[in-house]
Ligand binder design. Structure first.
Ligand SMILES: *[C@@H]1O[C@H](CO)[C@@H](O)[C@H](O)[C@H]1NC(C)=O
Ligand SMILES: *[C@@H]1O[C@H](CO)[C@@H](O)[C@H](O)[C@H]1NC(C)=O
Ligand SMILES: *[C@@H]1O[C@H](CO)[C@@H](O)[C@H](O)[C@H]1NC(C)=O
Ligand SMILES: *[C@@H]1O[C@H](CO)[C@@H](O)[C@H](O)[C@H]1NC(C)=O
Ligand SMILES: *[C@@H]1O[C@H](CO)[C@@H](O)[C@H](O)[C@H]1NC(C)=O
Ligand SMILES: *[C@@H]1O[C@H](CO)[C@@H](O)[C@H](O)[C@H]1NC(C)=O
Ligand SMILES: *[C@@H]1O[C@H](CO)[C@@H](O)[C@H](O)[C@H]1NC(C)=O
Ligand SMILES: *[C@@H]1O[C@H](CO)[C@@H](O)[C@H](O)[C@H]1NC(C)=O
Length: 589
C-alpha cells in the first residue's frame, strides 16, 4: 500500500512540469450565469477532456455538464438529470432553495460518477427526508440516456462526494446538517447499492460557519481535504486540511483560507466552494463559485457563477491559489480546440441567439424549465405556425400556490441571463379569450422573485392608466367588449418592487403580434418594453425595475416565456416566435 501510494503520487504528474508555451490569460467567470458549486475533472482516458458539473436546484434539466479540451472553449454537453424517472422527487420540492445542491463529478473505472443531494428545504434539519443523497453514473456523458437513475444513500447532510482509496475501499464524504455540526463526515459506501457504513467526523473546519463542499485529493502520500466555510455569501472562503490517513486526524493548513475575496473590494465576491484538478502537464487549477456584486452585494442577477484560477502546488507543500478577478493569468493552456461533441452551445458565444423551434425537434439543450414540465404544453412549430413555440397555459402562474411550492407544472421555459448587459425579446401572437389568461416574458429567479411583462385578459376598467406611457389616450378602451387584453408589468420579490401597472393594449395594436422585450440597460436595472411587431419605433418602455428584485439566494436569473390561466379555466395557446438573446457587454470589474 505504501508503495502503491508512492507510485500514484508520481503518476499523478504533480512534478509541476510547466507544459508548453507561455502562461495564459483568461477571463472570469468561465461559466457566466446560474452555474454554482462547480466540480471539475480532467479525464485523459476520454481524449484529454475536462468535464464540469454545476448545481441546478429546481431547474430542469438538472446538473449541467460542460466539457473542454483547452480550458478556454467550454461546451454544454448535456445534463445528468434529464428524465423524470431518474428522480421523481424533484417534482415535489418546496422552496426555491430546494432541489439539486452541489454535485461532485468524478471519473473512476471507466465510469463517470455524480454524487449529489436533492434537498427539500422545507423540512427540519434533523429530518432525514430533507436530505435525499443520490448517486448517478454514466459510461458516456454525451448521451443523456447513459445517465442512470438515482441510487439513494442515507446521510443527514449534503455536498457529498465519492473517493476511491488505493486499498479498494470507497468512501463518501459530506457536510453534516450544519445546525447540529459543524463538521465534515465520512463513511464507507457501496456506490452501486447506496449501502453506507458508520459516519465519522473527520474535520470540523477552521471555525467558519457551515463547513461544507468537502473534496479529498491524494497527493504526495497525503490526503488533502478541501472545504468551503463561512456560508455561501460575502464571508465565503476555501480552507484545507491534510492527514496521512483518510479518516483522520486532519491538521488545518496554517495559511487558511487558501481562497477568498471576503473583506476585499473586488467585483467578484462570495468566492468559495472550490474543486481542484490538474491538466496533462501536472499543473493544478481550481474552479469555485463567485458573485459579481462588489462588496455592496445588492445587484447580482446572475447569481453564483463559475470562476477558475491557477494553483501552484509543490510536492509536500500546501497549494497556493491565485485570487479571483475578472482578468486572470495562469499556467499555459492547451492549444484552442473546438471539437467537443454534445448538443449544447459553447459558453460565452458573443453571437446573438435566434431560436426558430423547428417542428418535432427537441428544444435547444440550454433551455430550462422549473421542475418537471408537462411536455404537451410546449409544441415547436405546430401546424399553421412555422418557427414558433406554442405554449399551452398552466393553471399555475409563475408564483404558483404560495411562492414556494408548485405541486403541478408551470408553463415556463427560459435561458440563463449570462451577460451583464443584454437584450432578450420574443414576438407574441396571442388572443386571450378567458378572464385572467396571460402570456409574456419574465426575468425569473424563483417563484417569489420574478419580474413579468405579459398580455392578460382583464375586465374593462382594470387599467392603472388610460394608455401606455407616451401614447395618446383617446379611446384605448373603446368598443363593446367587457373583457379586453391589457399589457401588465408585475413583480414579486422579498425587496420592494414597483407596483403593478396595467394598460389597455392600444387599439391600433390589437389583433396583431406584439414584441415583448427585457433589456439590461445598465448593471442595476432592467427595462421592459412592448410594441407592435414590425414597427420598432412604437416600442414603448412599460417599466424600469431594479435587478435587486432578482438578486437573492442560490440560483441565478432565467429569462423566458410563460403562459398561465392564473388559476382560471383558460386554455388559449400563446404562439412565441423570434426568440432573440443578444449579448451586449460583460462587466468584469
Ligand atoms: C409543500 O408546501 C405545501 C404548501 O405549503 C404543503 O401542502 C406540502 O405538504 C409541502 N410539501 C412537502 C413535500 O413538504
Ligand atoms: C436508510 O435508512 C432507512 C431508515 O432509517 C432504512 O429503512 C433504509 O434501509 C436505509 N437505506 C440504506 C440504503 O441503507
Ligand atoms: C468536532 O466537533 C465535535 C462536536 O463538537 C466533536 O465531538 C469532535 O470531536 C470534533 N472532531 C474533530 C475531528 O475535531
Ligand atoms: C473578514 O473580516 C472580519 C472582520 O475583521 C473577520 O472576522 C473575518 O475573519 C474576515 N474574513 C476572512 C475570510 O478573512
Ligand atoms: C505562470 O503561472 C503560474 C500559476 O499561476 C505561476 O505560479 C507562475 O509564476 C507563472 N509564471 C510566470 C513566468 O509568470
Ligand atoms: C441604471 O438605469 C436606471 C434607470 O434608468 C437608473 O435609475 C440607475 O441609476 C442606473 N444605474 C446605474 C448604475 O447607472
Ligand atoms: C397566481 O396564481 C395564484 C394561485 O393560482 C393566484 O392566487 C394569484 O392571484 C395569481 N396571480 C395573478 C397575478 O393572477
Ligand atoms: C371554471 O369552470 C368551472 C366549471 O365550469 C366553474 O365552476 C368555475 O367557476 C370556473 N372558474 C373560473 C375561475 O372561471
Amino acid at each position: 500500500m505504501f508503495f502503491a501510494s508512492l507510485l500514484l503520487g508520481l503518476l499523478a504528474g504533480v512534478s509541476a512540469s510547466p507544459g508548453h508555451g507561455r502562461n495564459s490569460t483568461f477571463y472570469n467567470p468561465i461559466f457566466p450565469g446560474f452555474y454554482p458549486d462547480p466540480s471539475c475533472i480532467y479525464v485523459p482516458e476520454r481524449d484529454h477532456t475536462f468535464f464540469c458539473a454545476s448545481s441546478s436546484f429546481n431547474a430542469f434539466p438538472g446538473i449541467p455538464i460542460h466539457a473542454s479540451k483547452d480550458l478556454q472553449n467550454w461546451k454544454l454537453i448535456g445534463h445528468v438529470l434529464n428524465r423524470k424517472e431518474q428522480l421523481p422527487r424533484l417534482a415535489e420540492t418546496n422552496r426555491s432553495t430546494s432541489g439539486i445542491w452541489a454535485p461532485t463529478l468524478r471519473f473512476h473505472d471507466d465510469t463517470f460518477w455524480l454524487v449529489t443531494t436533492l434537498v427539500d428545504d422545507d423540512r427540519p434539519q434533523e429530518d432525514a427526508s430533507r436530505w435525499d443523497n443520490i448517486i448517478f453514473k454514466a459510461k458516456n456523458p454525451y448521451d443523456p440516456r447513459s445517465w442512470s437513475k438515482a441510487v439513494h444513500f442515507n446521510f443527514t447532510g449534503y455536498d457529498t462526494e465519492p473517493f476511491w482509496d488505493e486499498d479498494g475501499k470507497v468512501y463518501i464524504t459530506g457536510a453534516h446538517a450544519w445546525h447540529v455540526g459543524p463538521y465534515i463526515q465520512q463513511a464507507e459506501v457501496d456506490l452501486d447499492t447506496g449501502a453506507v457504513g458508520e459516519w465519522r467526523i473527520i474535520w470540523n473546519g477552521t471555525g467558519g460557519m457551515a463547513p461544507e463542499g468537502p473534496h479529498i485529493y491524494r497527493k504526495d502520500g497525503w490526503y488533502y481535504l478541501l472545504a468551503a466555510e463561512g456560508g455561501t455569501g460575502i464571508d465565503h472562503m476555501v480552507t484545507m486540511a491534510r492527514s496521512r490517513k483518510i479518516s483522520s486526524p486532519y491538521e488545518s493548513n496554517p495559511n487558511n483560507p487558501v481562497l477568498t475575496n471576503a473583506n476585499t473590494t473586488s467585483y467578484f465576491q462570495t468566492v468559495g466552494h472550490s474543486d481542484l484538478f490538474h491538466d496533462r502537464h501536472g499543473n493544478w487549477w481550481a474552479v469555485a463559485l463567485s458573485t459579481r456584486s462588489g462588496p455592496e452585494y445588492l445587484h447580482y442577477p446572475m447569481g453564483r457563477e463559475t470562476v477558475m484560477t491557477a494553483v501552484s502546488w509543490p510536492k509536500d507543500e500546501w497549494p497556493t491559489f491565485t485570487p479571483i478577478s475578472g482578468k486572470m493569468s495562469g499556467w499555459p493552456m492547451p492549444p484552442s480546440q473546438k471539437d467537443i461533441r454534445g448538443v449544447g452551445p459553447y459558453v460565452n458565444s458573443p453571437d446573438p441567439e435566434h431560436l426558430t423551434f423547428p417542428r418535432s425537434a427537441p428544444l435547444p439543450a440550454h433551455l430550462t424549465y422549473w421542475r418537471y414540465p408537462n411536455p404537451s404544453s410546449y409544441t415547436p412549430s405546430p401546424p399553421g405556425h412555422p418557427n414558433t413555440l406554442r405554449l399551452t397555459p398552466s393553471r399555475l402562474n409563475l408564483t404558483a400556490l404560495n411562492g414556494n411550492y408548485a405541486g403541478a407544472d408551470q408553463t415556463f421555459v427560459s435561458r440563463r441571463q449570462q451577460h451583464t448587459l443584454f437584450t432578450y425579446s420574443v414576438t407574441l401572437d396571442y388572443a386571450p379569450r378567458t378572464a385572467g389568461e396571460e402570456a409574456g416574458v419574465t426575468a425569473f429567479l424563483t417563484q417569489n422573485h420574478h419580474l413579468d411583462l405579459g398580455v392578460v385578459l382583464l375586465p374593462r376598467g382594470s387599467a392603472t392608466a388610460p394608455s401606455l406611457p407616451g401614447l395618446s389616450s383617446k379611446e384605448e378602451e373603446g368598443g363593446q367588449d367587457l373583457m379586453i387584453p391589457h399589457v401588465r408589468f408585475r413583480g414579486e420579490s422579498y425587496v420592494p418592487v414597483p407596483a403593478p401597472v396595467v394598460y389597455p393594449i392600444p387599439r391600433a395594436w390589437r389583433g396583431g403580434k406584439l414584441v415583448l422585450e427585457i433589456r439590461a440597460c445598465n448593471s442595476t436595472h432592467f427595462s421592459f418594453r412592448v410594441g407592435p411587431d414590425g414597427r420598432r419605433s412604437e416600442r414603448t418602455v412599460v417599466m424600469e425595475a431594479s435587478n435587486e428584485a432578482v438578486s437573492w439566494g442560490f440560483t441565478g436569473t432565467l429569462l423566458g416565456i410563460y403562459a398561465t390561466s392564473n388559476g382560471g379555466n383558460g386554455t388559449t395557446p400563446a404562439y412565441f416566435s423570434d426568440w432573440r438573446y443578444t449579448p451586449l457587454e460583460q462587466f468584469r470589474d
